[in-house]
Write a protein that binds this ligand. Structure first.
Ligand code: HEC
Length: 137
């Protein structure tokens, strides 16, 4: 009886583990990532983004984003190959066609392998949005 129970339990344990892994990979494999409608119209409060601000943003990017997004933001960082989801190329139309508010929201909330960057101040995050924008040119 005892043996039976522990077997049953470990089987349940394994099942839970498998289900957990399946759930996690389902979460990784989400489709298009959309920011909520209310995020779309939020305006970027950064009005001045000159060499000084750009340099500050660049430092934040180098510390936090380059391992995955790569030095040019094209998604070719050294950790890229190990990630289960492809990280966005910041210079792509897919990213650039979004509003500042949408990019800010995604940066703040993250998804899957993309961490939520609430550890950075709002100002820093908005400067990163401006930085990503400036890559387009
Ligand atoms: C651990 C790797 C990793 C790091 C570090 C990282 N990202 Fe990401 N990022 C991702 C992945 C993966 C995605 C794609 C997520 C998805 O589509 O589910 C992503 C997506 C994004 C997007 C969304 C683009 C879109 O519309 O699809 C933005 C914006 C972004 N990252 C900005 C940043 C910024 C800014 C930093 C640094 C502060 C950063 N990321 C750091 C992995 C990373």
């Amino acid at each position: 009886m005892n043996v039976h129970w522990s077997l049953a339990r470990s089987a349940a344990g394994v099942l839970a583990l498998v289900a957990g892994v399946a759930f996690t990979s389902a979460a990784w494999a989400q489709g298009e990532w959309k920011a909520p409608a209310e995020a779309k119209s939020v305006k970027n409060p950064i009005t001045k983004f000159d060499a000084k601000e750009k340099n500050e943003a660049k430092k934040v990017v180098e510390t936090n984003c380059v391992p995955c997004h790569g030095p040019s933001g094209k998604g070719d960082g050294p950790a890229a190959a190990a990630l289960p989801t492809k990280q966005a190329d910041w210079t792509s139309e897919k990213v650039q066609k979004q509003t500042d508010g949408e990019i800010f929201w995604k940066m703040s909330n993250g998804r899957g392998a993309m961490p939520p960057w609430k550890s950075l101040s709002e100002k820093e995050r908005w400067e990163l949005v401006s930085y990503i924008r400036a890559l387009k040119k």
